[in-house]
Design a binder for this molecule. Structure first.
Ligand SMILES: [Ca+2]
Ligand SMILES: [Ca+2]
Length: 248
């Protein structure tokens, strides 16, 4: 026995809708909210570098940058470029980038690689001779200090990749502007930090566009349904109740 056309169309439509919903639920996309985190543009595009005194600054390093003080040229951590701070005296160098958090966040992973040399004989001090990384709000206030050097840490630290799960912070700030800020504070003597491969990888639900074939199928089902209804109308069936022929 042939299935009534309207009923067949409804079942197909339900199947297609269920498939699309399943595809949407099953898929997510991961995006990097940081621009030029590897510095391979060869400049500080996307970043804001500031200093508070004595010409501290983060500068692009192509392997030939020789900062003031005892630190010599250092190869970029990866690729052709990274950034390194320099200073001539007491102060704080900052490197900051703001980003907009998506409206929905499944997970967020913050990654960066640093290396540093602290020339102060007494080592690190909290906070006067320190390298630190913070999550900040749009006004620059620290939401969370993600990383900082500690008294007793090695004076010379080679390239060190770090990764932090910031899911809860970004979920709390969906749709808002947040920032990542690196800063080097030197109160006693030279300290140089290099940075590279900075990324804020955020997984967010994907909006899956319908393939053309599905649109054609939906259009076809609409046509079938319309034909079914018009035939029923001609045959005197109840159009308001399209589940099947009206009982005699
Ligand atoms: Ca690089
Ligand atoms: Ca030097």
């Amino acid at each position: 026995m042939l299935l009534p056309i309207a009923s067949f169309a409804k079942r197909c439509l339900a199947l297609v809708v269920a498939s699309v919903l399943y595809a949407s639920a099953a898929q997510a996309v991961t995006v990097d909210l940081i621009t030029n985190g590897d510095f391979e543009t060869g400049d500080l595009s996307g970043w804001n570098a500031t200093s508070s005194s004595y010409a501290e600054d983060f500068q692009i390093n192509n392997g030939r940058f020789n900062p003031r003080g005892p630190t010599r040229r250092v190869d970029p951590i990866s690729g052709n470029y990274d950034v390194m701070n320099e200073q001539t005296g007491y102060g704080i160098s900052t490197l900051t980038q703001f980003f907009t958090v998506p409206d929905r966040v499944i997970s967020a992973s913050f990654n960066f690689t640093y290396q540093l040399v602290n020339h102060y004989a007494s080592g690190f001090d909290d906070p006067n001779q320190q390298f630190r990384v913070s999550l900040i709000d749009d006004a620059g206030a620290v939401i969370s200090q993600i990383f900082s050097t500690q008294p007793g840490d090695a004076a010379v630290q080679g390239a060190t990749p770090l990764s932090y799960d910031l899911t809860s912070y970004l979920q709390a700030g969906v749709g808002s502007t947040l920032g990542i800020q690196f800063d080097v504070e030197t109160s006693y003597y030279y300290m140089n930090a290099s940075l590279d491969d900075i990324a804020m990888m955020v997984e967010t639900p994907a909006t899956v566009p319908l393939p053309a074939s599905v649109w054609m199928m939906l259009a076809g089902l609409g046509l079938f349904a319309a034909l079914g209804w018009s035939r029923k109308a001609r045959n005197g069936v109840d159009i308001a109740n399209c589940d099947g022929p009206v009982a005699a």
